[in-house]
Design a protein around this ligand. Structure first.
Ligand code: NI
Length: 224
């Protein structure tokens, strides 16, 4: 009797566990704006590599000029690169000509073979002209769904706590690789969410996993 029950229990565990494991896989995209920066980007890339996590970097043209090696490394290590404007000026206030120049001048500085899928206008602010310019450049427009305001607080444990309280599968988390506190928070977020069954993927991969096509000029905040 005991043996029969034990066998039955083992069979149940065996049959049920793969289904549970598949259901429990959750995906999230970490995104980093305003870089590349020097040692912050390098420390972040080291930490992401150690953890097998992928992320998306929204880069500014004026910083790409100073940190081409970091941009090349982002690409080489399997992360995604997107555009965050050339000057980091407010794109919502720019005319079509200025927008086209911001995009073209940033594209020209990207590492060879890097083809971005997204534009994230600075501050997440966009006008119809921004959407049109993104569409013309074959770029989706990326917002975010979780914003712990890391650039303002510089409080690593507070940033981590806020993200852990809000995050759901399919979220796009906004961070900046511009300070020690942001890098520390990002890696602590990866460690904590991995224990909860999350995988860290690029935004394009998150879109693919959730069956969403990236349409030029369309705005994306999260993927579900
Ligand atoms: Ni920014």
């Amino acid at each position: 009797m005991f043996l029969k029950r034990l066998l039955c229990l083992l069979l149940c565990v065996f049959l049920v566990s793969p289904v549970c494991a598949a259901e429990q896989t959750k995906y999230v995209a970490l995104t980093f704006d305003d870089g590349p920066s020097g040692r912050f980007t390098r420390a972040l890339l080291d930490g992401l590599k150690d953890r097998g996590a992928k992320a998306t970097f929204l880069l500014c043209g004026y910083r790409l000029k100073d940190y081409p090696r970091e941009a090349k490394r982002i690409c080489a290590e399997g992360h995604e690169i997107g555009l965050h404007g050339y000057s980091h000026g407010c794109m919502a206030k720019m005319c079509q000509e200025e927008l086209e120049r911001e995009i073209a001048d940033t594209l020209a500085l990207l590492p060879e073979g890097c083809r971005p899928a997204f534009l994230r206008p600075p501050g997440g602010k966009y006008s119809k002209e921004v959407l049109d310019a993104a569409e013309q450049a074959d770029l989706g427009v990326l917002g975010w769904s979780v914003d712990p305001r890391d650039w303002a607080t510089h409080d690593a444990s507070g940033i981590r706590r806020q993200v852990l309280e809000q995050v759901r599968s399919g979220d796009v988390i906004l961070l900046h690789d511009m300070s020690d506190s942001s890098v520390e928070a990002a890696l602590a977020i990866v460690d904590a969410l991995k224990l909860q069954g999350y995988e860290f993927v690029t935004v394009t991969e998150l879109a693919r996993l959730t069956g969403q096509a990236i349409e030029p000029g369309k705005v994306y905040m999260r993927f579900s």
